[in-house]
Design a protein around this ligand. Structure first.
Ligand code: G3P
Length: 218
């Protein structure tokens, strides 16, 4: 399973990349705005900066919601760097745009996915990645991980090549369960990645080893 970081924060991207386990980055307009990246030029430059740090796929999201707008934006984004993946919302014109980009050999990430039906449509259109938002489903008192499981089963039965990119990850258990139920990729905040490290017995055991070493060696 690939690990992406879900942020536009350069320091956090560097920190995750320095762990040596990072395979890519996802962003969205909310994450860009959170970092104060405004205006087309600033946004394009920010994507270029991210591509210079991480040697892996970087999802850059369109903000248009009509076919022509998504094509124009997506082509500009894709031309920035060979690692850019054009992120497109799961709407009717979005599916048209994904089909268009598939035909042109431009890779896509279909975002804002909340059902297995949407996942089938995106795979038929040839999306490279599919982003089901598991945390937002949990927020609605449904089960986001169940959706990952269902999509993984459907894609396996049908032989779809679209990669399942579990998004809206909120905690380390989301990562573990996504791995268990067949996600190809998880995109996570840095806190969830670092949360995988934590176990009190690791800390207690390490303290004991170091104390015993000190006692024996002075
Ligand atoms: O990038 C899309 C997704 O990961 C957003 O997550 O936490 O805003 O639901 P969240």
């Amino acid at each position: 399973m690939k690990f992406f970081i879900d942020t536009a924060n350069i320091d956090q991207i560097r920190e995750a990349n320095d762990l040596g386990i990072l395979d890519g980055v996802t962003t969205n307009p909310s994450l860009m705005a959170k970092e104060g990246i405004v205006g087309e030029e600033a946004v394009l430059n920010h994507y270029k900066a991210i591509c210079e740090i991480v040697d892996g796929d970087v999802s850059a999201e369109v903000i248009s919601t009509d076919f022509e707008g998504m094509i124009a934006e997506g082509e500009k984004l894709a031309a920035l760097h060979h690692n850019i993946v054009v992120k497109i919302p799961m709407i009717k014109d979005g599916i048209k745009a994904i089909s268009y980009f598939t035909g042109k050999g431009i890779r896509t990430n279909c975002t804002l996915v909340f059902s297995a039906g949407q996942a089938i449509l995106a795979a038929k259109a040839g999306a490279t990645y599919l982003s089901p938002f598991i945390g937002r489903i949990d927020d609605m008192n449904w089960d986001g991980i169940e959706l990952i499981k269902s999509i993984a089963e459907i894609y396996a039965v049908q032989g779809y090549e679209t990669e399942i990119l579990a998004a809206s990850i909120r905690n380390p258990l989301h990562i573990v369960k996504s791995a268990e139920f067949g996600a190809d990729v998880v995109t996570c905040p840095l806190s969830a990645i670092l949360g995988l490290l934590k176990h009190p017995l690791t800390d207690i055991g390490l303290a004991q080893f170091l104390a015993d070493h000190k006692k024996a060696n002075g």
